[in-house]
Design a protein around this ligand. Sequence first.
Ligand SMILES: [Zn+2]
Length: 434
Amino acid sequence: MNRPGAHTYGSCNSYDRTTDAFISDYSSLITWCSENGIDGLVVWGLLRDGHGGVEAARAICELAAERGVKLLCGVGLNCYGGVYYEGASPYNLENHLRAHPELYATGPDGRTINFMVDGNGNRTDLGAPSSLGPRGFYHACPSQRLNQEFVVDSLTWLFQTLPLAGVQIETGDTGVCQCNLCSQRRKYPVSEFSWEDMALMYPIAANAVRAVAPGACVICETYSHPQPYVGPRVVPGFGDGTPPWAGEALAAFPDGAFLQWVGDNYLRLEDPAYVWTADGSVAGNGFRNILRVHFGTNWGWGAFRGEVALDWMAEFARRSGEAGFEAMSLFGEVSPFETGAELNYLALRDFASSWNPASDLASFLERVAAPRLGGLANAQDFLAFAGLLDRRHPERLGEIPRALAQIYGRMSSLQPDAARRWCWLANRLASYQV
Ligand SMILES: [Zn+2]
């Protein structure tokens, strides 16, 4: 309970439910987004035999279009299963690599960099399977022409097959090929990702998408914050700032694309390596820019699953606006039935909007949270009680028993929907007592 595990990996998790459950859950999600002003939704693992393949994906694409929500497919170009995330499809990256084992990415030692992670976070190398292996992280060499053609063919098929609003593309942050071809191609070192691989692959992918769907939204992940990195690492990694060679790579990124950056370190960590200054602005960089965070759904950066992160969301909205970002994104994975996620997403919509341009938390509580939590005084208390789990103040955990007594006492006076949300908070707090 309340323990990080393999589910915190953003890729290669199993899906053990049915096609009906997939369509039903994602229909609820799309409807919620539509009713609550969330403009777009990226689905990783959209195409998967285990939940209905193309037909199920088409059903939710059509619903999203009907409801005015932009549905984007998350696609790993050298990783994460490719276009067809899992199943017996020629557009699944693992099938492609099994048929051509010489196209796997390798480390400097010539060994493949494929691996799996078990439920306790332990990592096992997978080698270069030529038959169906366990679900895992399989990587392709981006320098190989056949892998580049595979990207083009599979994205072409994707946009010919599904009525998508766009795509979020990534080159991968779980392993970088360092074969001879890649090492000779690159001028700069890599971390768990490579800016030069992005510069190589994103234009190839964007051109393939736009050849079929000229108006498609293309989001290119950078895995980075725009602040020039000043910390101790030789090569900045995930969520760190940019290396000196980022600008050269960005010059090759596709025109008109959105860049998605990572905000968590520079918003949450009190560390001199992560100070966000005016040099971390994206204004005038020639792209449209999105800042992403993982509040409430991840265990990193002092965040935790189930966190009610309204103060952080306000800071996120203010700082990203000041730095020239056009959009904000929040990693999901949790249903709005979980009140923490519900409030965080309502804040994503409300902060920096025309209703709340200053991202004022008191205004949000009054207009948005109070009607859902039994009035303004209750909304203020809800936030204070949720704050007992704030990682910056571990001593507050001792106040949970007294808070629970107060919460249970007010339950009978609340309307059912408000009571349900308070039940969620009580359960969440109580789970830190056992
Ligand atoms: Zn390579």
